[in-house]
Design a protein around this ligand. Sequence first.
Ligand SMILES: Cc1ncc(COP(=O)(O)O)c(C=O)c1O
Length: 340
Amino acid sequence: MPVVKANAYGHGAVAVARAALQAGADRLAVNRVAEGVELRQAGLQVPILVMGYCGPWEVPELLAHNLTPTLTEIETAQALNAAAPHPWPVQLKIDTGMGRLGVLPHEALSFATALVNLPKLELEGAYTHFACADSPDPDDQAYTRWQFERFMVVLETLAAAGIRPPLRHAANSAATLYYPETHLDLVRVGIITYGLLPDANHPSPIPLRPALSIRSRVARLRTLPAGSSISYGRTYTAPHEIQVALIPVGYGDGYHRALSNRGAVLIRGQRAPIIGRVCMDQFMADVSNIPGVALGDEVVLLGRQAGEEISAEELGGWMGSINYEATTALLPRLPRVYKA
Ligand SMILES: Cc1ncc(COP(=O)(O)O)c(C=O)c1O
């Protein structure tokens, strides 16, 4: 069950969902009802699990678009039971140690019993989510195993009461890679679907190749004299004559302002540092040390060019964040081009 929430981590939900289904996935996960609606409106018909909080007011939309909610409170369950035209699949989330969404292990039996007593609800699944399955730290590994044990104990308690949700799941990408014993009935793979690692310091047992690159072109090329200042706030002043390339991408595309005077891009296989502030629609890079730069040259903001690479981890690091956010930050204005 690929996780295609947040516009498929910035990659484009509908295109990624289609590719994943073609590659053998048989259901999809999103976080919000609206994300499920987008996939339905694109014509996708497989089961779609809404993993995020779902309030009673969202029930009509959920029903209209044939989405499967995650239930963690009785009010939404009752609203769904009252309105569902026929038995409706729902899933139960157990919080075994993430401290986020879900009922606590000691509440699970009474909540699951309440759900199965609502005649229109069909408990198709139960799941939990790991807090640190990406980490190679022994304490974090012990915590992950402890979370999994708690989940299995809950499932046994439910089974003893005759409640056996057919889809039991726990593994995110990290657990899919590092804890095969947690795979159960399905895995919820997010970041590895996009060829990225959950933690760059924890090598993957399977080869991964990033699916996404960000490419632009040199839109303007100028030589500026020493002392010239670049962009808003004059945060960069040329120490000597410089050659400056303008790149027409900015924070209005999700290329963060935090990259100002920090990040770099690839042009002709070499790194050109970003100088001055990243604006909403454009930024400047110093290409003084790259021979032969010409108008229209390809600029790689993320990805590979002639043996050099700017990884999502590096881009995320410059932003003060992680690879997840580097791609998820990309806004719809940035055109997505899909290659087979
Ligand atoms: C409940 C749940 N399952 C699975 C995932 C996928 O995580 P990952 O991208 O690390 O595979 C997420 C993402 O945050 C999530 O919230």
